[in-house]
Unconditional design. Structure first.
Length: 465
């Protein structure tokens, strides 16, 4: 029994010693991360998010001549889903016919009224001209009678003959006036008929034009392709229920997917670095394993304000060099615009650079080495002087590194680099600000504080070669 008690006590003691060793015995130790200064090609880039668009596309238009029938807006009643692949002549959309159909009914009623008016005018004219022609015949008979009376009165007294002559002249004048009146009445009747006929023709033409426009309210694809909804001024897709304006009656588009561009926006701080012709590395968020290349083709001269923010941005268009069937309009892209490439440059991660006492330095071995730095990108910075290729520098330096001996550069070296590289002078001036890092440093690294744990090395352990 006593033996079992002693064994249990021994086990408890071993457990306590083990816990102390693993949990509290190394509380004062510190872990570090070192990397080697590497030499090679150094890329400076601006990274943005963009959206794929077709470089060129064919527009699918609504009906022509909507303005001629006094239709200013028409609603999309039905349309194929966005992204539908269609062949030439396939159905794409239908538009709301209600307003135009009502106008056609009114026009049809007006046309019937004009048809009735034309028939009535034609009948009235025929009756009036027939009456005038009968009157002319009667006057002609009266004139012939007066001529006969004149021939029979040649043996009558002169006064009687003169009276007959006067009656003949009066009958002749009445006949001539009736002929002229008939001619005027005929011309007037022709004018009335032409006026009514013109009104009827105009109404008929207007009705036919409405019927022709109405037949275009069913829209078909002009060629094969993928139907992409058009976006309105607010960026929303114009699907079922959207309005199509008569001034810009585009219902949808058929993009040419063999040539794509990425539309992106660069903030005002970085826009000075972006130029037409620069190369771009492009990735698609939906297919991260695929990589493409591109070229900046257009940089906006005027900035614009992003919605719901105070940020000013400039539109940049990037043409994609390659073609892949997976690329679709509106896909999100990651664009790395290469603004500068420096060959054979010595660089270290930005986290390796520290500042203190107006000096920019790195921690290497058991000392702090003053360095002169140059341009930087998102992750790394060029070291112009102070260390050599292959030197180990700390990303995560040991505790108390601020007390290490500081090795400074010769004044001649500093002066030479300040003349040759104004960038170095700017970094040194930035280093004069206490409790901050040099130019290009990432925020959150203050003097006397250790960098955040787990950086880009993925942990706290020192890497092994």
């Amino acid at each position: 029994m006593k033996k079992q008690i002693y064994i249990a006590i021994g086990i408890v003691i071993v457990i306590i010693i083990s816990l102390w060793y693993f949990l509290g015995g190394d509380t004062q130790s510190s872990e570090t991360i070192e990397v080697e200064a590497k030499k090679g090609e150094f890329k400076i880039a601006v990274t943005t998010s963009g959206e794929l668009e077709a470089k060129s596309s064919e527009k699918i238009y609504g009906p022509d001549n909507l303005r001629n029938v006094r239709i200013w807006q028409v609603k999309i009643d039905d349309i194929v889903p966005d992204g539908t692949v269609v062949d030439s002549g396939d159905f794409v959309a239908t538009l709301d016919r209600t307003e135009l159909a009502n106008r056609m009914k009114d026009q049809e009623l007006e046309l019937e009224q004009l048809e009735t008016q034309y028939t009535k005018t034609k009948l009235d004219t025929s009756l009036e001209l027939r009456s005038l022609r009968d009157e002319l015949i009667n006057l002609q008979y009266a004139l012939e009678e007066k001529k006969i009376e004149l021939e029979q009165s040649k043996y009558e007294p002169p006064a009687t003959i003169r009276q007959v002559e006067i009656d003949l002249e009066r009958a002749q004048r009445n006949y001539d006036q009736a002929v002229k009146n008939y001619q005027l009445k005929f011309e007037k009747a022709e004018a009335n008929m032409q006026d009514v006929a013109a009104q009827r023709t105009k109404a008929q033409r207007k009705y036919d034009e409405m019927a022709d426009v109405l037949s275009q309210f069913t829209i078909f694809a002009p060629k094969s392709g993928m139907v992409i909804y058009r976006r309105g001024w607010d960026g929303k897709k114009q699907g079922i229920g959207s309005q199509v304006s008569t001034w810009d009656n585009v219902v949808a588009t058929l993009p040419d997917l063999t040539k794509m561009i990425s539309k992106t926006y660069v903030n005002e701080i970085d826009i000075s670095k972006v130029k037409v012709g620069q190369q771009v590395e492009i990735g698609i968020d939906a297919f991260p394993e695929k990589k493409f290349t591109g070229e900046v083709t257009e940089v906006a001269n005027i900035g614009e304000q992003m919605k719901n923010t105070n940020a000013k941005v400039f539109e940049v268009l990037i043409e994609v060099n390659e073609f892949d069937s997976v690329m679709r309009p509106a896909m999100t892209t990651k664009n790395i615009i290469i603004t500068d490439i420096i060959s054979d440059a010595l660089s270290v991660p930005i986290e390796c650079i520290h500042t203190g006492d107006s000096v920019t330095y790195v921690v290497t071995g058991s000392r702090r080495q003053q360095v002169i730095v140059g341009k930087s990108n998102e992750n790394e910075i060029i070291v112009l002087a102070g260390i050599e290729e292959g030197d180990d520098v700390f990303i995560l330096p040991p505790e108390g590194y601020e007390e290490y001996r500081l090795s400074t550069l010769d004044d001649e070296v500093i002066a030479r680099f300040e003349q040759e590289n104004p960038r170095a002078e700017e970094v040194d001036s930035a280093a004069q600000q206490p409790e901050t890092q040099g130019k290009g440093m990432k925020p959150g690294f203050e003097k006397g504080k250790r960098p955040p744990q787990g950086g880009k090395m993925g942990g706290r352990k020192k890497p092994t070669n």
